[in-house]
Design a binder for this molecule. Structure first.
Ligand SMILES: Cc1cc2nc3c(=O)[nH]c(=O)nc-3n(C[C@H](O)[C@H](O)[C@H](O)COP(=O)(O)O)c2cc1C
Ligand SMILES: CCCCCCC(=O)C(=O)O
Length: 384
């Protein structure tokens, strides 16, 4: 039977399936820039400060060189993994990205449709335009996780987690690195923060606890709702002790996103979390922070396999996925690439970005002499 990667390649070569969006990341971004207004484009594309970390996120992958093995019979491959007792078809998830309607009117609903069609879990953001229930409704039984921005109002955070569990989400991802917005020069120059409009806080507007804090329904005074959001969005006062509160709200597995220091990874395990996502938020928070792929090996070593480790920030191609998994990540999250697919062609664009990236990964795996994700380890890599 022909593998996923070969099928995708062949269909495109035979023009049975046309590439409606560019294949390379660089062209994908350039094309998105052409179709989007400057403010939303830079909200997605730009990062914090001088964007050193964002640039390094990608370059750091080049330090790791794949040393392929030959004559290994890679004619059939298995890309699946198991996470929290569930089989996933690929070691890939769609990263939480807020306010997706700034690039396409269907926003997260289109992304969710694409994720379901590709059997790739979508991590829906607290900061989504559409409510977590509307997103879930488009996905049937397909895998989905929920990302929590832990509000300064704990009861709102608890409500979000409970809503997610009721709507069939499989895991809760708590993002730790964005208790406030990083210094994003482009957005400041543009005076642009999409959350200062109703579309930016759609998921909050359908939260009963959030709405109970307002003097009147948000539709009657949107400005008051936005001001309330601004006052409770972040919570820089949180400490490790607070984790127990969220754990008491749900029986779902809990992952912490934004871990970069091995000691924080150890603390996460000590506090009983179920998984870690190594991430610097795509360079959008602390400029000068360590590239995520460079942080990964020490964290893998510190955690000793006690919980699964995922990573994001800089995944652009199949070889990036292969390197991250060889360094000990169980799976990777894709961020900006799918946002550009969404901007260019809605759910079809997201599907195509995923198809291309997974096909590239499958072929790179085979050509490196490996048949499954489980066979990947550090021996496949040399540090250049
Ligand atoms: C426009 C945009 C919005 C984002 N919104 C969120 C969010 O709501 N929650 C979150 O945890 N991470 C958010 N992220 C970070 C992503 O989940 C992910 O960590 C990042 O995009 C990875 O970097 P990369 O896109 O350069 O690969 C956002 C990223 C972008 C580009
Ligand atoms: C006020 C901060 C909202 C940030 C939510 C979206 C996000 O995480 C991002 O990187 O942008």
């Amino acid at each position: 039977m022909m593998s996923f990667g070969n099928q995708v390649q062949l269909k495109v070569y035979q023009q049975i399936e046309k590439n409606i969006i560019p294949v390379s990341y660089e062209e994908l971004e350039a094309k998105a820039k052409e179709v989007l207004d400057a403010k939303p484009f830079y909200y997605v594309a730009a990062s914090a400060g001088a964007e050193v970390t964002a640039v390094q996120n990608n370059r750091a992958f080049d330090k790791w060189q794949i040393v392929p093995r030959m004559l290994c019979d890679t004619s059939s491959r298995d890309l699946s993994i198991e996470l929290f007792g569930k089989k996933l078809s690929y070691p890939v998830l769609l990263a939480p990205v807020g306010v997706q309607s700034i690039v396409h009117p269907d926003g997260e609903l289109a992304t969710a449709r694409a994720a379901a069609a590709m059997d790739v879990p979508f991590i829906a953001s607290t900061a989504s335009t559409y409510s977590l229930e509307k997103i879930a409704d488009t996905m049937g039984d397909s895998p989905r996780w929920y990302q929590l921005y832990w509000s300064g109002d704990h009861e709102v955070a608890a409500s979000m987690v409970k809503r997610a569990e009721a709507a069939g989400y499989d895991a809760i991802v708590i993002t730790l690195d964005t208790s406030m917005m990083g210094w994003r020069e482009k957005d400041i120059e543009h005076a642009y923060l999409p959350f200062l409009e109703a579309q930016g806080i759609g998921n909050y507007l359908e939260d009963p606890v959030f709405c109970s804090r307002l003097a009147c329904p948000p539709q009657e005074d949107m400005q008051a709702a936005i001001m309330l959001w601004a006052s409770i969005f972040g919570n820089p006062a949180l400490t490790w002790k607070d984790l127990d509160f969220i754990k008491q709200q749900t029986s779902l597995p809990i992952l912490l996103k934004g871990i970069l220091h091995p000691d924080d990874a150890k603390l996460a395990v000590e506090h009983g979390v179920d998984g870690i996502i190594v991430s610097n938020h795509g360079g959008r928070q602390v400029d000068g922070a360590i590239p995520a792929i460079d942080a990964l090996p020490d964290i893998v070593e510190a955690v000793h396999g006690q919980v699964p480790i995922l990573m994001d920030s800089g995944i652009r191609r199949g070889s990036d996925i292969l390197k991250a998994l060889s360094l000990g990540a169980k799976a990777v999250l894709i961020g900006r690439p799918y946002m550009y697919g969404l901007a260019l062609a809605g759910d079809e664009g997201v599907k195509q970005v995923l198809r291309n990236m997974i096909a590239d990964f499958d072929l790179t795996l085979a050509l490196s002499g490996k048949r499954s994700v489980q066979e990947l380890n550090r021996e496949l890599l040399k540090k250049g």
